[in-house]
Every structure is written in structure tokens, then in C-alpha cells.
Design a protein around this ligand. Structure first.
Ligand code: SF4
Ligand code: SF4
Length: 476
């Protein structure tokens, strides 16, 4: 029996992601899944929008009753609608380099894979990639890079961020760069903050330490505690928007859902603000990787339940699904709480611009949703969502607890809706196909009339007219 105790405030990973507490929670969920009174109490609490504890969420993950499941989905849908409206924020990943010193067994970039071409973008190639992304209509990127002390040191990442922000091609601009790089030091997080990043994203992969250590046998990432404490260092370094996530399918999904929520509770307890986003990737086939080697695969139905329960547990946290997911499974989870989608993505190094050598073969994983950004925007409009290219919060200084306090008072929707309409109008003018433009303008026209505040509605309408005349970058 270990003598480590659970402590949500601790700076030590083994105490705030406490294995004993997670296992006790999973047992509690099994013991209480048929306790109707308790389940009703949890649903009633979720409906009020104040979130759930990791124990309450674990019970909902276990419940087998189909009627309860449908009610969970209905509450998740309602919460999302109340907090964010029906907008879906769009982004794209940009892979800088696939050199990596780690040995993650589920990733083709692992150091021992000799079949994948290794690529690192030069600043000129980054410029070409960013222009290609701007020409699609993207405004928000997630930078991705393998961990390598000489191929992708922090200086390379910082220089790349500067390059990306400096490029203004036609009406294009990348207005928010989120960064997904390996766990690093407080000092390096401060440098990222000073470079103007949006969210710092790092997936835990799995919160189960024993499984984690088997899946990460070599390289700096094999240090579970250093990896798990990364968000604490990021916050100490001044970054107040962090994005967590687990790679579902690597280990027991129930353990990882509880781990994500305990991580969120820890950040909230220690720093006063939980994660800005949660990503829910699932394992995919890739060069040298066969998902059949991972027996913990998560079905579409379970995946939907995971997303809905997370939405109930942390209603104010953005939830991200990538093009790893097919159109069908994206539809299933959009409906119960996902708020950000990637679109038109390439998971290779140099995949967006024409003619970058070996780009195709350098992909990190196979994409299930291969549609162009324009097709995805058209599809979202058809489903009744507003595709949004908004990056306003971070540029207006609404980050960390400032953002959360607005979101929790139900005020962020006052910004999201007009910003979504204005950025969609920019997309319609600059990048949309004729068919998607017609649909986008119809959506904008019907929704500008329902912005509740008269003052905001008037300003939005003025700005929409100015966008048609060629002006850009309005925001609340
Ligand atoms: Fe490297 Fe990240 Fe792939 Fe691991 S998951 S091998 S750290 S690129
Ligand atoms: Fe996101 Fe803020 Fe824009 Fe709303 S206003 S979509 S929360 S950046």
C-alpha cells in the first residue's frame, strides 16, 4: 500500500493525479451506477451548470440505463447552447518538425522509426505553409513539433511563432497561435508567453502512470511526473490558458476521464483557473502503428458518452475534436458538447504548401475527415452551426480567470455570437466557394437580428457592412 496521499493542491503529480483516488472513484462508480436517487441528484446538479466532481462524472460514465443516457445528452446540448450558443471555432494544426527523441509506442515519430522521412520546416517553408493556410481562411493555428534538443529547440519554436504572426497575405492573418510542444521549463513557458501564444496544449496521453511508463519507454517524455506537472510550470511561467487531453484508446478510458477531471480540479484549486480546453483524440492508424495493437479502443458510442460527461463536468471548458475523427463521429460529438474543430488539416510536415519534399509521407497519423475547410464550413452551416474564426478573447486579454469569470456569469456568449458572425462574414467575402458564401450570408442575416443587446447588434451590423466594403478584423 503506497503512503502517498491524495492532495488536490499538491505540486507533485503523484498526489494530485492520485492512483488510489482514481481507482477508488472507479469502484465507487461501479457500486453506485444503479443508485437512481444519486444519479438523479447528479443530473440535477449538472443541469444547473456548476459542473461535477470527478466522482460524480465517473458515475455517469458507468450508468447503463438508455433513458438516463439520452437525458445526459440533452443536458450537455443545453449547456453548450447556453454558454457558447451554436458557434464552432475552427483551427488547423501546423507541423513544424517530426524529429523526435522520444519512444512513444503509438506515434510514428518515435525515435526508432526508420521508415518515416524526417522533416523540419525552414522559416521560408513556414512562410509558404502559413500563406497556404491563410488562403484557406484559417486564423487560428495549433503548432505541433516532436521533441528534439537540436532540431526543434525552444529558439526554433519562438522564431517560427514570430514568422507566423508576421505574415499578412492578401486579407489573411494568423491571429492566434496555440502551441503543442513537449513539456519544458518554467523559463521556457515564460518565453512562449512573451512570444504571444494563445493556449499551451499538452496531452497527458494516459493518466495511468503504469500504462504511461510502458507506452513511453525512452526519452525525456518517459518521466511521468515531469510531464504531468507541465501545466503547473506553464502557469508558473505566466501562461494562463492551458489545454489538456488524453489519447483515448491507449489505456482504460474510465481512468483517463477521471484523470482529466482531477487534473482540471487541481489547476483550479492551485491556480484559480482550470484548463481552457480539453482535447479528446482517439488513436488512429499511422506509419509503423497498427491500432489493433491497442486493445483499449473506444467505440463511437463510448466516445460520445465521454464527450457528454466532460461537457457536464466542466461546462466552461472548450472541447476539441480533430480530423482524426470521421464526419459521422464528429457529428455525434458536436451535438453533445464539442466547441472546436480542425478543418482541412494536414498532419504532415509541409503538407499545406505545394511542392515541399516528402511532405505526404511524413504524416503523424491518418486523417478520417479529409474534406476541405470550405466543405467543412458548408457542412456546419447545413447542420445549423456557425463556423467561427474568432480569436478575440486572447487578443482582448480575456484569458485565464478573466475568461472563466465571464463564461461562468454567462456573459461570454455576448462576445462569441457577434464575433462568430463577423469572422464568418470575412470568410464568406475572402475564401468561401459561391455555394458556401450564399449559405454563410443567409446564416449571418438570420442571426444578426437575434443578438440580444441592441447596442451590440447595431455595432455588429455596422461592422458587417464594413466587412463587405473591405475592412477587416473587428471584434468584441
Ligand atoms: Fe515524439 Fe510526440 Fe510522437 Fe511522442 S507523441 S514520439 S513526443 S512526436
Ligand atoms: Fe472563443 Fe472568446 Fe471568440 Fe467566444 S469570443 S469564440 S470564447 S475567442
Amino acid at each position: 500500500m503506497s503512503n502517498i496521499e491524495y492532495n488536490v493542491m499538491s505540486e507533485h503529480a503523484a498526489e494530485f493525479i492520485h492512483d488510489g483516488e482514481i481507482r477508488a472513484t472507479l469502484q465507487y462508480a461501479i457500486d453506485h451506477k444503479n443508485d437512481k436517487a444519486l444519479v438523479e441528484e447528479i443530473l440535477a446538479k449538472a443541469e444547473k451548470g456548476g459542473g461535477l466532481t470527478h466522482r460524480e462524472a465517473a458515475v455517469l460514465i458507468e450508468v447503463e440505463d438508455k433513458e438516463i443516457e439520452e437525458r445526459m445528452y440533452a443536458i450537455a446540448r443545453k449547456l453548450k447552447e447556453q454558454i457558447y450558443g451554436n458557434r464552432i471555432v475552427m483551427f488547423a494544426p501546423l507541423y513544424l518538425s517530426n524529429y523526435c527523441v522520444n519512444g512513444c509506442v503509438y506515434c510514428p515519430y518515435h525515435a526508432k522509426n526508420r521508415t518515416i522521412p524526417r522533416r523540419k520546416l525552414t522559416q521560408e517553408e513556414i512562410r509558404r505553409e502559413v500563406i497556404a493556410l491563410q488562403d484557406m481562411g484559417h486564423k487560428r493555428l495549433a503548432l505541433e513539433t516532436g521533441e528534439h534538443p537540436t532540431q526543434s529547440p525552444i529558439e526554433y519554436v519562438l522564431e517560427s511563432i514570430d514568422t507566423i504572426y508576421s505574415i499578412h497575405h492578401k486579407n489573411g492573418a494568423i491571429r492566434r497561435v496555440n502551441v503543442n510542444i513537449a513539456a519544458t521549463t518554467v523559463e521556457n513557458y515564460t518565453r512562449l508567453k512573451d512570444a504571444g501564444i494563445g493556449t499551451y496544449i499538452l496531452f497527458e496521453e494516459t493518466y495511468d502512470r503504469e500504462a504511461y511508463e510502458k507506452l513511453h519507454p525512452t526519452g525525456p517524455k518517459s518521466d511521468w511526473a515531469y510531464h504531468t506537472e507541465a501545466m503547473d510550470r506553464a502557469m508558473l511561467g505566466g501562461i494562463d490558458d492551458v489545454g489538456v487531453g488524453a489519447l483515448f484508446g491507449l489505456s482504460n478510458y474510465r481512468y483517463d476521464v477521471v484523470g482529466i477531471l482531477m487534473h482540471a480540479e487541481h489547476l483550479e484549486a492551485r491556480f484559480g483557473v482550470g484548463p481552457h480546453t480539453i482535447s479528446v483524440p482517439r488513436i488512429r492508424p499511422a506509419d509503423d502503428i497498427d491500432p489493433r495493437d491497442f486493445p483499449n479502443a473506444v467505440t463511437d458510442e463510448v466516445f460520445r458518452r465521454i464527450v457528454a460527461v466532460l461537457r457536464l463536468a466542466v461546462p466552461y471548458t472548450g472541447m476539441i475534436v480533430s480530423t482524426r475523427e470521421s464526419q459521422r463521429s464528429r457529428e455525434l460529438v458536436l451535438d453533445v458538447g464539442v466547441s472546436q474543430l480542425s478543418g482541412g488539416s494536414k498532419t504532415s510536415v509541409g503538407g499545406y504548401a505545394e511542392g515541399i519534399e516528402d511532405a505526404e509521407e511524413s504524416a503523424q497519423f491518418d486523417i478520417s475527415d479529409n474534406r476541405t475547410l470550405d466543405q467543412i464550413v458548408g457542412w456546419l452551416l447545413e447542420l445549423g452551426y456557425i463556423p467561427s474564426f474568432c480569436t478575440a478573447c486572447y487578443r482582448e486579454g480575456r484569458t485565464g480567470d478573466r475568461f472563466m469569470s465571464l463564461a461562468k456569469r454567462g456573459l461570454i456568449g455576448n462576445c462569441c455570437a457577434p464575433n462568430a458572425l463577423m469572422t464568418l462574414a470575412e470568410y464568406a467575402e475572402d475564401y468561401a466557394s459561391p455555394r458556401v458564401k450564399v449559405e454563410a450570408l443567409k446564416m449571418i442575416d438570420s442571426l444578426k437580428r437575434v443578438i440580444p443587446s441592441e447596442k451590440i447588434r447595431r455595432i455588429t451590423e455596422d461592422n458587417l457592412r464594413a466587412i463587405v466594403e473591405g475592412k477587416r478584423d473587428f471584434r468584441f
